[in-house]
Design a protein around this ligand. Structure first.
Ligand SMILES: [Zn+2]
Ligand SMILES: [Zn+2]
Length: 283
């Protein structure tokens, strides 16, 4: 933001990459406001409440209200503090379904978690790889990474309430193959709105923590070292092999491991190692 090209910050962050609505006014939660007054004797603008997509207070689970201070169109150099008089609770009521409200609150909680934690900054390539691993693990892509778009869209639209997706401008059009969901599963040549990443993360994992921390690679044959299956070698059935090459069978898409041992033995095995016996297969 401080650089000469700081004006690009919205594009870089993906905020301009979609038409997700921008709030018009600084917003507040009436219950947070009361709590601030009781605790500090004054209130302040809560950072979280100003973020796109945060429509409910994740703590009090009530609709955020508009203050009388517009976000744009007033003197930029003038500071307007939040006060009781410019933060008056209006009659803003949203007629959303219970499911949509629940998912909006979940989203607000995820955004709060992002703000409160310092997750390592990741490149677009990292996200592409992480999504690909998860899509394979969850059965939405075959081992070579080809995404099963229909299954993905079906399950995504089952997982997320249609009204919820509409509110945050992230509807997925089933017929449209250039929809954002299909695009985000491909190589990231473009940026996506952070909300859409959060939708993906919730869909593919149980939490943001899991997504960022459990970065295990796809390992169909488990971890190195692997057993040598050369009956003539002294280290027969010992875990001594560290050289494994994984390719994928074109016909059945199963992983094919080629194990090369220091004793000269090379063997291949297709399909994942699911049991201890699998580790002794040569086929
Ligand atoms: Zn609140
Ligand atoms: Zn060997």
């Amino acid at each position: 933001m401080k650089s000469d090209r700081g004006g690009n910050i919205h594009t870089t962050a993906g905020v301009m990459a979609s038409a997700i609505f921008a709030p018009q006014y600084f917003r507040f939660c009436p219950e947070c406001l009361q709590k601030d007054l009781d605790k500090h004797g004054e209130t302040y603008w809560h950072r979280l409440h100003q973020i796109q997509g945060v429509i409910f207070c994740p703590v009090h689970k009530i609709t955020l209200q508009n203050s009388q201070i517009p976000i744009q169109g007033f003197n930029k150099h003038q500071y307007e503090a939040a006060t009781e008089s410019n933060c008056q609770t209006g009659d803003l009521k949203l007629n959303y379904s219970q499911t949509a409200i629940k998912q909006l609150i979940n989203l607000a909680q995820d955004i709060a978690q992002l703000l409160e934690n310092t997750y390592t900054s990741r490149t677009l390539e990292w996200f592409t790889k992480r999504y690909q691993t998860l899509l394979i693990e969850r059965g939405y892509a075959n081992v070579s990474g080809r995404v099963k778009q229909e299954k993905l869209i079906d399950d995504f639209l089952y997982f997320y309430d249609a009204e919820f997706l509409e509110i945050i401008d992230s509807t997925v059009a089933y017929k449209d193959r250039s929809n954002w969901l299909s695009q985000i599963t491909r190589k990231h040549r473009k940026v996506f709105h952070p909300i859409r990443h959060l939708l993906m993360i919730r869909f593919l994992t149980d939490s943001i923590d899991t997504f960022f921390h459990n970065n295990k690679q796809y390992r169909p044959f488990g971890k190195s070292p692997w057993l040598c299956l050369n009956a003539a070698a002294e280290h027969y059935l010992q875990p001594v092999i560290t050289d494994l090459e994984v390719t994928h069978c074109l016909e059945n898409k199963k992983p094919l491991g080629t194990f090369s041992c220091s004793c000269g033995m090379v063997y291949s095995r297709s399909g994942e190692d699911k049991t201890e016996e699998d580790k002794l297969r040569i086929e």
